[in-house]
Write a protein that binds this ligand. Structure first.
Ligand code: ZN
Length: 148
């Protein structure tokens, strides 16, 4: 396609890129490419709300700070952060996640979240791990890496 042109999906006519609609009546949707990077504001708010389980935050600013830190550490992994449950009932603040214990809890949950059990996978007894087992694991890791 020549530069500055786009093809109408309806009649296949070439239209100027800036044209909003084709002569056949087809209206072009605006390009999604220039979408502003989201700040995950709503997601952070939802995270706080879910963690407090209906309780009211006593310090929303602090909770927002905690949520922002959590989102940063977990690289805005909304998929995980929208599902993880609180470690215990958080009554008025999620500041627990600003502590090492709180962060460790989330990291552990994240590992559990990402762990997908495979069928017929041999369970390795870690207490009896042999050199061969370790080598096998390394190979597996490399293969998984290459498969990605
Ligand atoms: Zn058209």
């Amino acid at each position: 396609m020549p530069r500055g042109k786009k093809t109408c999906p309806e009649c296949k006519a070439e239209c100027a890129t800036r044209t909003n609609s084709c002569s056949c009546g087809h209206v072009f949707k605006k390009s999604q490419k220039k979408k502003a990077p989201t700040s995950f504001f709503q997601e952070r708010r939802d995270f706080i709300k879910r963690m407090l389980n209906g309780n009211k935050s006593s310090n929303y600013k602090l909770d927002m700070m905690a949520a922002t830190k959590v989102f940063k550490v977990f690289e805005n992994d909304v998929n995980f952060l929208s599902k993880v449950k609180p470690p215990f009932e958080l009554t008025d603040s999620i500041k627990y996640f600003l502590t090492k214990a709180g962060m460790d809890y989330l990291r552990k949950k994240k590992l559990e979240f990402e762990y997908k059990p495979k069928n017929h996978e041999k369970i390795v007894d870690h207490g009896l791990k042999t050199g061969e087992d370790i080598l096998l694991q390394k190979r597996k890791t490399l293969r998984e890496f290459l498969d990605e």
